[in-house]
Design a protein around this ligand. Sequence first.
Ligand code: NCD
Length: 473
Amino acid sequence: MKENNFSKKSFISIDELTQSELTQIIKKARMMKNLEKQGKRYELNEALKNKRLASLFYEPSTRTRTSFETAMVELGGNLLGFAGTEGTSVMKNESILATVMMYWANHADAVVMRHPKDGAVRWASDVLGIPVINGGDGKNEHPTQALLDLVTIDEITPGINGTKIGFGGDLAHGRTVRSNAIALSKYDNITINWAAAQEFAMPNDLIEFLKNKGVKVNQYDTVEEVMKNSDIYYMTRPQKERIKDKTPQQVNEIMQKYRITLDKLTANPNIRILHPLPVDSSTAEIDTDVFFSKNQYFFAQAENGIFLRKALLYEILNGTESTTFNPNIEQIVANNREYLQSKEYNKGELLLDRIEHGIVIDHIPDGLAHTIDETLGFSKRGYKIMTLANAESSSLQQKGMLKITGATLTEREYKQIVEICPNVTFNIIKDWNVAEKFKYHLCQNDNCVTRVINEDVPPRFEEDGRCHYCGRK
Ligand code: NCD
């Protein structure tokens, strides 16, 4: 069987694909669509015979989940998994790691996963020995949506190069715009126009990324101005489930000015309206009247999701051997410790306070040493604790110190401590001396999977400082 660039590979971020790989998958999706239009829906129903896709949706989904399932069935494969965590042991606090392992054990050949935490799907991919497809991770990415958007844009414009696209709705908390914009940035002469409420503005890191790739990015005040300057308007819903500081009613009010209504379409009667869907029928970010207009392309866009996912599953799984479950997975270690020079202590120095073995946590802000002990329960577990203001600093600038005799810390405990006070330093004491001294860095994105204490995902950073999981700096 001919190997291709997708065979047995995970697909986590749209940024992983080159323009030629994008072209390859768009072409394959078009082929799948042609089969359908020729009445040959089941033409390839031997392609994934005996192949099994685990469909693990921790978050609600209609299109993404069903289109993956339809694609799998029409290619002759089969499915297992869950749509919502109720009825699974996630309800008993089972971790992502332990959950996804069980689907590999149950003979899944690939996984499609959606999760509310940024980077969760990459974590699953790192621990599993089978390909994992990102069906949407938090406010991070939705790469298969971006691919089906490209299939659609390719279909309804003279070509993807030169596309002028408008973005609207909630550009701050959604993942579809991020993946769509990154995908477009791989093409030539792309213009992105956007208008959104301040609270829902396009994130600066994304704008910066796009500009560095040569994309023109223009912010406008109104939907009409964006429409006038664009061929396509890509609307998105407010991600109410991720907006914790506003009521749904407040969100609807903020969105009012940015809704797509029939009268706004007069600004550009040829505008093509796309939307990843669902439309929030309470916000009605696209007015129902617009559903019946000739400008509406979003249902065709959604149907393209089926062909795209058929294409992708075919490329990843067709002609591959099944992988045998391996319960002895390799531990993935964190690379987030910044080692510091420790000063040599002279004999006799700080004699009263010195400990033989254990941990000294230094630079604890005033009053928080107690919180650390309460949270981690060192005293309760019988460790000898000393809290003191550093002898070297003045009483005005108390740098609290916690000395825990005999203790070692787990990765989880380091994280818990740094969640309470991010700037502490850890000193590992062996034989009266500082054997190691370091700071323990966390990802700055508080929705990153590495920040969920119980998931125990070791913080990892790329060489340029971006989080390995959620991609944020
Ligand atoms: C989107 C998602 O879940 O990110 N839906 C989809 O997959 N088509 C968009 C959304 O929920 O707003």
